[in-house]
Design a protein around this ligand. Structure first.
Ligand code: SF4
Ligand code: SF4
Ligand code: SF4
Length: 481
């Protein structure tokens, strides 16, 4: 629509905006971290966040390269579960009161304990900005685990991370402490170097049997040189072979960047499907917090880029419809899929069951009229959750329950454990994409020795990481002097 009129001697023409105003939310200034209003807009079938800091001006970043996928995901949003206890009070407003404060909308499905800041690599991208800092004591970790039990009752998953947790001499005792408290599943987030090189450490891990959340960015040497600063391909392959030898399960975790390895997502997935130690892959667009290579916020990788990449690069094995938003967090944060793998045959669960009939809570208010619909929904909620860990009896049982109507699975849980494969795509928030709407319903939190649980993206983007690191480093130095 156009309309022209002469005003104050000038011809002014009224025009339509080149975008759709989708919503107003709150975010932070990428420069000073001040909390500011943010608009979510849709332009050329892509979704952007634009915002203005009174001191630093306008900023814009892409949050989804497929507006339809983004908007369609909104129905996959289930009511949160309130934790047993909160640790902070509502004071300055989200995201400055973490946490969890009583305004938080979801409990913690997956807790992270960053046991140290040191690392045996020096990656050009490192959201944790690994380097000198602190190393937690067993007593500190036990206190954090106790608080996790207090707030959750029966916590589902704890993941030891860092820095690089495998270089912390106390890691085995920390894993044992988590198991002693009955925490459902323990994971270790690692670059794999120590697993590749240290026989005794590998044996110790095999006895404790955590799931290994294994950094694996691709199959090209150049990818590792760019993302990790050195060629690690052989080390990665050796570590995986050794994990298989001792019977430890791994989930491959890849950081995905444009012009580096977005064209490898299909190969990473195919590699994982074939490797005997691998039970799943997690594909994560590089998070531009901490250390990262230069990037254009208008040209970030987003979840739809990864999905489209998989579909294009796997010769028809996967379809767009195989990927379904995760309703336990905010549904634009993560999509999952599950496949049953039998020899060369790969059957995605969404081909057997219309997942949206169970997990789209807004469009489909009532459940399908099939026997056991409530149990099927419950099983799917377990699978489409940040607490779902592939290779575990719980996940295998949920898969069996969910796919019962579509696939005759005359197998025991042990068989399913080795034949069910998880695909997860997660897009963590950075200062350009930070959205309070998402962190308020975040179900992934970093535990802090003072008892707080800080939603992961708030921890990384708002300044909590820097504050906690400074405080723990200061305490450690004071203890040593
Ligand atoms: S992210 Fe959650 S815990 Fe943190 S301030 Fe917001 S509502 Fe509170
Ligand atoms: S990304 Fe991981 S492996 Fe690389 S430097 Fe950081 S903590 Fe170490
Ligand atoms: S960690 Fe970030 S991306 Fe993941 S659920 Fe929380 S807010 Fe969403």
């Amino acid at each position: 629509m156009e309309d022209s009129r002469k005003t104050d001697g000038r011809l002014r023409t009224r025009q339509d905006a080149d975008y759709i105003f989708h919503e107003l939310t709150r975010s932070i200034c990428p420069q000073c971290k001040k909390v500011i209003d943010a608009q979510v807009i849709i332009r050329d079938n892509k979704v952007y966040m634009r915002k203005r800091c009174p001191d630093h001006g306008w900023f814009e970043g892409i949050i989804s390269s497929d507006a339809k996928m983004y908007v369609d995901s909104i129905g996959f949003n289930k009511p949160g579960t309130i934790p047993l206890d909160f640790t902070t009070q509502v004071d300055q407003g989200c995201p400055l009161d973490c946490g969890l404060c009583p305004e938080h909308k979801q409990h913690i499905c997956l807790a992270l304990i960053e046991v140290n800041t040191g690392c045996n690599l020096d990656c050009p991208i490192c959201f944790a900005d690994a380097g000198s800092g602190f190393s937690l004591t067993l007593e500190q970790v036990e206190g954090m685990l106790d608080r996790y039990v207090d707030t959750e009752g029966n916590p589902e998953v704890v993941q030891f991370s860092g820095g690089e947790p495998t270089i912390h001499p106390g890691l085995p005792a920390m894993i044992q402490a988590a198991m002693d408290r009955g925490i459902g599943q323990v994971m270790v987030n690692t670059n794999g170097i120590r697993l590749a090189r240290d026989d005794r450490f590998l044996e110790t891990m095999a006895k404790l049997n955590p799931v290994i959340y294994f950094q694996f960015d691709g199959l090209r040497r150049e990818t590792y040189r760019t993302i990790r600063g050195e060629d690690l391909l052989e080390t990665k392959l050796l570590a995986l072979e050794r994990l298989d030898r001792v019977g430890l399960d791994a989930v491959l975790v890849a950081a995905i960047e444009h012009d580096v390895n977005l064209d490898e997502v299909g190969a990473i997935l195919e590699f994982g499907l074939e490797h005997p130690a691998v039970r799943g892959v997690v594909l994560q667009p590089v998070t531009h917090v901490g250390r990262h290579i230069p990037f254009d916020p208008l040209h970030r990788v987003t979840i739809p880029d990864v999905i489209h990449g998989i579909v294009k690069q796997t010769n028809g094995r996967f379809l767009l419809e195989d990927f379904v938003p995760v309703p336990c967090c905010f549904p634009t944060c993560q999509v999952n899929s599950y496949v049953y793998v039998d020899e060369d045959q790969v059957t995605p669960l969404p081909r057997l069951l219309k997942i949206e009939e169970y997990l789209d809570y807004i469009t489909n208010v009532s459940l399908p009229k099939v026997p056991d619909a409530a149990q099927i929904r419950e099983a799917l909620e377990g699978l489409w959750s940040a607490s779902a860990v592939p290779g575990t009896d719980k996940t295998a049982g949920q898969f069996q329950c969910a796919c019962g109507p579509g696939l005759d699975l005359p197998f025991g849980i042990d068989h399913l454990n080795k034949h069910i494969f998880q695909i997860a795509i997660k897009d963590f928030l950075d200062a350009y994409t930070f959205n309070v709407k998402q962190v308020m319903k975040c179900c992934v939190a970093v535990l802090v020795p003072d008892g707080r649980s800080i939603p992961f993206c708030a921890y990384n983007s708002v300044g909590y990481r820097e504050q906690v690191r400074e405080e723990l480093t200061r305490q450690q130095k004071a203890g040593q002097s």
